[in-house]
Design a protein. Structure first.
Length: 125
């Protein structure tokens, strides 16, 4: 479900989870950049959830060059090269927020974001 919307190329998270090779090839085609299968495989490997998880764990244990970011709520460690932080990946499940938000939060979220979700074919729960 990749879509072109005006000048934007919409890439749903589910597409990347289910068909990353096809997605990389589609993006390259859209950008008119020729890529061979080896390059596609390298991109998929380097941007995989597994690779990001490894970077995230390395960042948490400071096995990488880390930048520390602080805000009023928490401190994050961030990899200086990839910008992946120690809390980058939670579950990797699309739509997880529907189960985690309170009824009031869902109401506010739905009011603000529902038109966008509907426009791009996402279900409202």
């Amino acid at each position: 479900m990749m879509m072109f919307h005006r000048q934007r190329f919409v890439l749903p998270y589910e597409v990347y989870n289910n068909a990353p090779e096809a997605l990389v090839s589609t993006i390259a085609g859209h950008l008119q950049v020729p890529v061979d299968l080896s390059t596609v495989s390298t991109i998929v490997s380097e941007t995989s959830k597994e690779n990001a998880s490894q970077i995230m764990h390395d960042v948490a244990s400071t096995k990488r060059t880390v930048k520390t970011l602080r805000n009023s709520a928490r401190t994050l460690k961030e990899d200086a090269k990839t910008f992946i932080n120690d809390r980058h990946i939670q579950s990797g499940i699309a739509g997880r927020f529907w189960q985690e938000l309170s009824d009031e939060e869902i109401e506010v979220f739905s009011e603000k974001v529902a038109p966008f979700l509907k426009r791009f074919g996402y279900p409202m729960h």
